[in-house]
Design a protein around this ligand. Structure first.
Ligand SMILES: Cc1cc2nc3c(=O)[nH]c(=O)nc-3n(C[C@H](O)[C@H](O)[C@H](O)COP(=O)(O)OP(=O)(O)OC[C@H]3O[C@@H](n4cnc5c(N)ncnc54)[C@H](O)[C@@H]3O)c2cc1C
Length: 430
């Protein structure tokens, strides 16, 4: 029995043999077919797909094993969602140190892509807070590792795109907080250099920083958002509910007609909210989680996400060149996010974050026209000495993968020969 599975970008829906992992000491294998762990499918491209092969879904690995409320150490299975960890630990004064734009991802997916949040300049990426993991390999071996124990296996698996084995269990170091609230401020900026100035000015005092950028505006205007955890004096309630996109519209709702007025309206709305406000962590960190299936707005052809990072020294020129290229193509995205990464080196051999500035954009899939635009962006990233994020990718060229990830040769030594993905076959040959 096979099932069609797509990732968040909905570009393709290939057939897979889906097998749910539960309590396990052996990975189910099928002769002649490779397998691949699958978390919650929140990766945009083909890193979580294994067409014609096995997909080991981890949603059944959802048990909490231990929570040390004194030390803030949590041990759980790898299919647990970050959302469920937060809901368990926050009432005890702890929180995950690093969370991405959605909390609907699994611990295994967070480790395998070594995900980052808005606070990389302070706390690095997810892997920096993983104390230890257990990995199950297709030959039946279980490897337990961490930064101080079999550190080479740990470095290969953090950011290792699921290719070294299935992470079955992890122990995470949480961070202390006074409650679920943040003090947040939005600062509009009118041109790209102001973003870099705001980033420089904000990073010492603000833990979380990120910008939305209007990529149809040639000057690069946007809104710089920053926040710090605070102990709230009052007890405001998070905005509840949520809406959904109930079906896939026949065409993308993100197009030339909708994008320009949307970006203008969004900019004007955010620019008015200059004052500091108290915000619950869910809307602050994960604003789109309230809109179920928002990925459907791009219509039946899906969309590409393009996230790159370039070194800080050439960041201004490279980001400006990318924005010019996108504006000239007239194909902007409404989810355009710009943020800086700190100086901390990532623990994973294949981790995406590196010191620099990262730009993430999505584009409705218009076939060759979109691919040509992405190739132009590749040229800028290549020239700048940057890299593309595997979690978002489905088409990066091999040479950019190899130049962006200089530890690739070392990494492949740790691959499990029984595991592969559409991405690994595309970029590594198997
Ligand atoms: C709205 C939105 C916002 C996002 N914002 C950010 C962001 O701010 N920062 C960021 O870094 N990312 C971000 N992402 C990307 C997302 O965090 C990553 O793609 C994440 O890895 C998805 O986790 P998942 O559990 O859905 O895993 P999947 O997408 O199912 O799988 C991702 C990878 O993990 C591997 N994997 C899954 N489980 C295991 C396991 N148990 N053992 C070994 N390997 C495993 C898979 O093989 C695959 O290679 C965002 C995604 C969305 C949809």
């Amino acid at each position: 029995m096979t099932t069609q599975v797509s990732s968040w970008g909905r570009l393709v829906s290939p057939e897979h043999q889906v097998i749910a992992l539960n309590q396990l000491d052996q990975l189910p294998v099928s002769f002649g077919k490779s397998g691949l762990p699958f978390g919650n499918g929140r990766s945009y491209g083909d890193v979580c797909l294994n067409p014609d092969g096995l997909l080991w879904t981890t949603c059944g690995l959802d048990r909490f094993m231990d929570f040390d409320t004194e030390q803030g150490l949590l041990t759980c299975e790898a299919g647990v969602l970050l959302r469920d960890i937060q809901r368990l630990v926050i009432p005890h004064g702890w929180m995950l140190p690093v969370t991405p734009g959605t909390q609907l991802i699994t611990v295994g997916g967070a480790i395998a892509n070594d995900i980052h949040g808005k606070n990389h300049h302070v706390l690095g990426s997810f892997g920096d807070h993983v104390q230890s993991i257990s990995i199950l390999r297709t030959d039946g071996e279980t490897i337990t590792c961490g930064s101080k124990l079999r550190a080479d296996w740990f470095a290969a698996t953090v950011g290792g795109m699921g290719l070294t084995g299935v992470v079955v269990q992890a122990t995470l170091q949480l961070r202390k907080i006074d409650g679920p609230w943040l003090e947040a401020e939005n600062v509009p900026f009118h041109q790209l250099p102001d973003f870099f100035q705001l980033a420089d000015d904000s990073e010492a005092e603000w833990e979380h920083t990120v910008s939305w950028i209007d990529c149809l505006n040639s000057k690069g205007r946007g809104v710089f958002m920053r926040g710090n955890h605070v102990a709230a004096q009052t007890d405001p309630k998070p905005s509840g509910g949520g809406i959904g996109v109930p079906f896939v519209p026949p065409i993308s709702l993100v197009n030339k007609l909708s994008l320009r007025p949307f970006n203008l309206a969004y900019y004007q709305l955010q620019a008015r909210k200059r004052e500091r406000t108290l915000v619950h962590y869910e809307p602050f960190f994960h604003p789109l989680d309230n809109v179920r299936h928002w990925n459907r707005i791009y219509g039946p052809k899906g969309f590409y996400q393009y996230q790159s990072v370039v070194p800080r020294g050439v960041g201004k020129e490279a980001v400006a060149a990318m924005l010019r290229t996108i504006a000239a193509a007239g194909d902007g995205s409404f989810l355009a996010v710009l943020k800086t990464f700190g100086e901390r080196q990532s623990v994973g051999m294949m981790s995406f974050p590196m010191p620099g500035v990262t730009l993430a954009l999505d584009f409705p899939n218009k076939g060759e026209k979109t691919l040509a635009l992405l190739r132009s962006l590749d040229a800028i990233v290549r020239e700048a000495g940057g890299r593309i994020y595997a979690a978002k990718d489905s088409r990066m060229p091999i040479d950019l993968f190899e130049s962006g990830y200089p530890q690739l040769t070392e990494f492949v030594k740790y691959r499990d020969p029984g595991i592969s993905s559409a991405m690994s076959r595309r970029l590594m040959g198997y």
